[in-house]
Design a binder for this molecule. Structure first.
Ligand SMILES: Nc1ncnc2c1ncn2[C@@H]1O[C@H](COP(=O)(O)OP(=O)(O)OP(=O)(O)O)[C@@H](O)[C@H]1O
Ligand SMILES: [Mg+2]
Length: 648
């Protein structure tokens, strides 16, 4: 494919610039963008190391993704071989032209010759086009399939996976690794097919024309291939280092931007700058080394080609003078001599890249074979369906009784028990407030109600039945959760609220907004419900985001409503409004309200004061105040504090 052009270029001294269209490999000195995300923590680094060790562990898993396009790929290979055949044939036209039209000084048969040339050239170019198009087609289809699989699988994974792995790391698995696998099945494969078939066809043709001269060319190939292999290994090592440093730089850069406020206030600009400079210095060193090997490689190919050419000129010249071969044959050998080394180098390069792709495959398969920590049992799935195929006809309604029976829990990567032998019974419709100091285990408690984690001991019952006996989707679709850190999706206010209930009308949306006290926020916005909230609601204040997420939870009309510090970022007036809203919407639902500001929990049916993962006290506000225990201390401390602040 394009070999004739390449050969022309090489004989005119431009060998270093020549490349085949299919030669999609990258020996560049810069890091690959997709690899640019550094492992965030030891866990990620461990996964990296583990995947490097388990050779070919993931390969069988990606075979089905490639096999489904098997026919297209097989046709692509066939076209690739045809393309190489055409490239091998082109110099033979030159041979004929020189021997017949130039040497014999005749134009006889020129018409037929031209027609024949066109008959080869036109189909060959069509073949090239379709081959390149197919490569792109196969690559994109495989990319899409792998990414869809990875994303779908991510939706089913438990929170522990996301705690262990950074967004950047996961992003790299879903986007970059899949891309590399797509490339493998298309471009890398075609690199191998084209280069290998070209080498074989040229060698066979040379042997058929004149084996003595063929041996001259072939003598150069093995040492050149070995040298190329050595240089390619070194280049690959350098490129790997560059990717790692690039990842570090990207990570530091991200932190430098996102943490700018903290950097300024901590006064650590100089340290950040120094770190950045250190990384860019090592990047420069490695890149210069890579450039050195890259240049050596190109020179090697040119030099080997020149040696092959010199041998042909020497031997061929002698033989031509003896009249054994014609000048056209010599010209063919010259073209082959120069053109053979580049595919050899490209093949070496592709083979070296395959080792890297193996890592991509293993990392991808590592992601899609991750088992979610919280899983529905096969019996549950067969009755209630899974996340993507719910069997809603079998779903029973949820009343809202919640019970913790001897529940113990520690986070998968935590050693200390956050809850130990925790017992609590909540009747449906109860308004429960959970209070306690930071780190007491309040969020953990509600996370267990939501089954974001399974308890390590004991059980959580919903409506008297172990929560594990019904599907997570069943539970989640009856839950409303306003997070400690509210999250909005990019899009409009309407889009965001409809995540609560897909078919909600504008009227219902406004009603929910009113109940949450968020209607004022939306009315203030330029386009009302059609206003854009920005990525993660970046165009709103945290308090406004909280109000909208409360409205979204209300719209979903959940049986169990969880508000985790939902009023922590709003002013006292808004807090009062939310309080009224909560009072209005909680009737008939089990509500867990975690609050630091104890003024918001006074009206709760039960206040649970959690201390070190255990219930320190439980009762209504007045009961607990009378008791003068832990809650009383918390409350009076806060009251005194705020009274003191007021006086200030
Ligand atoms: N993903 C996690 N992995 C390991 N430990 C965790 C994890 N999340 C929380 N913890 C630990 O569990 C304990 C309880 O955390 P939890 O989030 O339940 O506290 P909290 O009472 O909600 O605190 P806050 O009022 O600050 O929100 C803490 O000691 C915390 O460090
Ligand atoms: Mg919390």
């Amino acid at each position: 494919m394009g070999a004739l052009d390449n050969n022309k270029a090489q004989t005119s001294g431009e060998a270093d610039k020549a490349s085949t269209p299919l030669n999609h490999t990258n020996t560049g000195t810069s890091g690959e963008s997709g690899e640019s995300v550094k492992p965030r923590n030891d866990e990620e680094a461990k996964t990296e190391k583990k995947t490097r060790k388990t050779a070919f562990f993931g390969v069988p898993l990606i075979v089905p993704y490639i096999r489904q396009y098997g026919k297209r790929i097989a046709f692509m290979i066939f076209l690739g071989v045809l393309s190489s055949l055409a490239d091998t044939i082109y110099p033979l036209f030159s041979q004929y032209a020189i021997d017949h039209f130039v040497a014999d000084k005749t134009l006889e048969g020129l018409g037929t010759f031209t027609l024949l040339y066109l008959a080869v050239m036109i189909p060959a170019e069509l073949d090239n086009y379709y081959c390149l198009y197919s490569c792109g087609w196969v690559e994109m289809h495989i990319d899409r399939d792998l990414r869809n699989t990875a994303f779908t699988h991510l939706q089913t994974l438990s929170f522990d996976y996301f705690n262990r792995n950074s967004v950047g790391y996961i992003h790299s698995r879903v986007m970059s690794d899949t891309g590399k696998i797509g490339e493998l099945a298309a471009w890398r494969l075609m690199d191998i097919v084209w280069n290998l078939s070209y080498i074989v066809l040229v060698i066979v043709t040379m042997l058929m024309i004149r084996w003595q001269l063929a041996l001259c060319v072939l003598a150069v190939v093995p040492p050149a291939a070995v040298l190329a292999l050595v240089l390619q290994r070194r280049l690959a090592d350098r490129n790997r280092n560059i990717r790692e440093i690039n990842g570090k730089i990207t990570g530091n850069f991200n932190e430098g931007i996102t943490g700018l406020r903290s950097i300024r206030t901590l006064g650590i600009e100089e340290r950040m700058d120094e770190d950045f400079r250190k990384d860019t210095a090592s990047m420069r060193t490695e890149s210069v080394k890579a450039a050195h090997y890259s240049a050596l490689m190109t020179s090697l190919v040119t030099m080997a080609s020149s040696v092959a050419l010199a041998l042909i000129l020497w031997q061929g010249g002698l033989i031509t003078r003896q009249g054994v071969i014609e000048i056209g044959t010599l010209s063919v050998f010259m073209t082959y001599a120069v053109g053979l080394l580049e595919p050899v180098q490209a093949l070496v390069e592709t083979i070296s890249l395959l080792t890297g792709i193996q890592v991509n495959i293993e990392r991808f398969t590592d992601l899609v074979t991750q088992k979610p920590l919280v899983q529905d049992s096969p019996e549950v799935i067969s009755r209630y369906g899974d996340t993507f195929h719910p069997k809603k006809e079998n779903w029973e309604p949820l009343r809202g009784d919640v019970e913790f029976q001897d529940v113990s829990f520690h986070y998968p990567d935590g050693t200390e028990e956050v809850l130990s032998r925790f017992n609590l019974t909540i009747k449906a419709g109860t308004h429960v407030a959970i209070v306690g100091e930071t780190g007491a285990g309040k969020s953990t408690l509600v996370n267990l109600v939501c089954r974001f984690y399974d308890p390590t001991g004991g059980r959580v019952l919903i409506d008297g039945k172990d929560v594990r006996l019904r599907s997570q989707l069943w539970l989640h679709s009856h839950l409303g959760y306003v997070l400690q850190t509210p999250f909005l999706f990019s899009g409009t206010v309407r889009d965001n609220l409809r995540y609560g209930r897909e078919d909600a009308t504008d009227e219902e949306i406004w009603k929910a907004l009113q109940l949450a006290g968020a209607d004022g926020v939306v009315r203030k916005m330029k386009n009302g419900l059609d206003s854009d909230v920005g990525e993660d609601g970046s165009m709103l204040s945290v308090g406004e985001k909280q109000l909208l997420s409360i409205a979204r939870a209300i719209l979903a009309d959940p049986r169990i409503l969880i508000l985790d510090e939902a009023t922590s970022s709003v002013d006292t007036l808004t807090e009062k409004a939310i309080q009224d809203a909560v009072d209005a919407v909680i009737s008939g639902r089990t509500t867990f309200m975690i609050a630091h500001r104890l003024s918001t929990v006074v009206g709760a049916d039960i206040i649970i004061a959690v201390k070190d993962g255990k219930i320190a006290e439980m009762g209504s506000h007045s009961e607990l105040m009378q008791k003068k225990g832990y809650y009383y201390d918390l409350y009076t401390r806060q009251f005194t504090q705020s009274g003191w602040e007021d006086q200030e």
